[in-house]
Ligand binder design. Structure first.
Ligand code: CP
Ligand code: NVA
Length: 310
C-alpha cells in the first residue's frame, strides 16, 4: 500500500485518487483471500475503539468482524454510555482513548466532532458516518462498481434522492476515480454547495463528470448504476412526513429505471424502506446488487484498517 500515507480518514476529499484506487484493489485482494479461508493476521493484537452516537448494523458488525479476521479486536463503545454522554469533551476523550486503543472509528452527528477527535487523537481516526460524510460506504460502493465493470472509465452512476452524507461521499468517490456521476435531488435537498464544487474540481483533474439535476429522469438517462438512500436520515425523524411528500417523485421504480441502461445495476447503502425511496420489485429484483454492496463493507474497511494501522 505504497500510496497510503495518512493518519485519518474523515472524508474522501483528503484522499488522493491513487490512494482510493489502491485501496479498492487491495480490498478485492483481501476479499479473494477471505473467500479462500486465508485471512492473514495483519493487525495481530491491535484494538479498534468504535464510538457510536447513532444506530448501525453494517458499520458496527463489519468493523468488528474485520478486526477479528485481521487478528485484532473491535471494541463497541456506546457514545451515550461513555462519559462523553455526560459532557466530557471530545478533546479529553481523544487523548484518553489514544492511550488504550490503536485506532478509533466514530459514527456521530456533526462532522466537526470527528475533525476535533482526529486533531486531539494520536491514533488514526476513521469516520463511520457523520451528517456530512460516509467515506467507508463510498469505498465499498466503488469496490462493488469495479467488481462488476472491471473499470471506472465510461461508467455512469445516477444518484436519486436526498443530497445527504451518502450522496456527498459518493460524489467525491466517483470524482476521485474519474467516473460520471449524475445526481437528482429536490430543491432544498441538494448536496452542500462546497462539496459539489469540490467534487467538480476533482473531476476536472481525473476526467470524471459531476452533474447536478432536479429531474431524476435526466440523471438516470443511460446510467450503468442507479443509487438511492433513505429519505429520512438518522437525526431527521421529525421531518419525515414532509420528506415523504417532497421525495415522492424521486422513487426508484419500474418507470424510472426504464430510462437507464438495459443492464443497469441498483445500489443502496441500506437500511432501505421498500415502497418509499425504492420499490420492492427493484431492490429485490435481478438488477439489485445491494447485498453484494453491503458485504463489501467488510473488505473495503479491512483494506482501510490495514492501510492505517500496519
Ligand atoms: N450503510 C450503513 O452504514 O449501514 P449501517 O447504518 O447499518 O451501519
Ligand atoms: N443517510 C443515511 C445513511 C445510513 C447508512 C443516514 O444518515 O441515516
Amino acid at each position: 500500500l505504497s500510496n497510503i500515507q495518512r493518519k485519518d480518514v474523515l472524508s474522501l476529499e483528503e484522499m488522493s485518487s491513487l490512494e482510493v484506487n489502491e485501496l479498492i484493489q487491495y480490498a478485492i485482494t483481501l476479499k479473494t483471500q477471505h473467500q479462500r479461508g486465508q485471512n492473514v493476521p495483519l493487525l495481530a493484537g491491535k484494538i479498534l475503539g468504535m464510538i457510536f452516537d447513532k444506530h448501525s448494523t453494517r458499520t458496527r458488525v463489519s468493523f468488528e468482524a474485520g478486526m477479528v479476521q485481521l487478528g485484532g479486536h473491535g471494541m463497541f463503545l456506546n457514545g451515550k454510555e461513555l462519559q462523553l454522554g455526560r459532557g466530557e469533551s471530545i478533546e479529553d476523550t481523544a487523548k484518553v482513548l489514544s492511550q488504550y486503543v490503536d485506532a478509533i472509528m466514530i459514527r456521530t452527528f456533526s462532522h466537526d466532532t470527528v475533525v476535533t477527535l482526529a486533531k486531539y487523537a494520536t491514533v488514526p481516526v476513521i469516520n463511520g458516518l457523520t451528517d456530512d460524510h460516509h467515506p467507508c460506504q463510498a469505498l465499498a460502493d466503488l469496490m462493488t462498481i469495479y467488481e462488476v465493470k472491471g473499470t471506472f472509465k465510461d461508467v455512469k452512476l445516477a444518484y436519486v434522492g436526498d443530497g445527504n452524507n451518502v450522496c456527498h461521499s459518493l460524489m467525491l468517490a466517483c470524482a476521485k476515480v474519474g467516473m460520471h456521476i449524475a445526481i437528482a435531488c429536490p430543491a432544498g435537498h441538494l448536496p452542500k454547495h462546497a462539496i459539489i464544487q469540490s467534487a467538480q474540481s476533482i473531476a476536472a483533474s481525473t476526467g470524471g463528470i459531476v452533474e447536478v439535476h432536479h429531474d431524476p429522469h435526466l440523471a438516470v438517462q443511460d446510467a450503468d448504476f442507479i443509487y438511492t438512500d433513505v429519505w429520512t436520515s438518522m437525526g431527521q425523524e421529525e421531518e419525515s412526513a414532509e420528506r415523504l411528500a417532497t421525495f415522492q417523485p424521486y422513487q426508484v421504480n419500474e418507470e424510472l429505471t426504464q430510462h437507464a441502461s438495459e443492464t443497469y445495476h441498483f445500489l443502496h447503502c441500506l437500511p432501505a424502506h421498500r415502497g418509499e425511496e425504492v420499490t420492492a420489485a427493484i431492490i429485490d429484483g435481478p438488477h439489485s446488487l445491494v447485498f453484494e454492496q453491503a458485504g463489501n463493507r467488510l473488505h473495503a474497511q479491512k483494506a482501510l484498517l490495514v492501510s492505517l494501522l500496519q
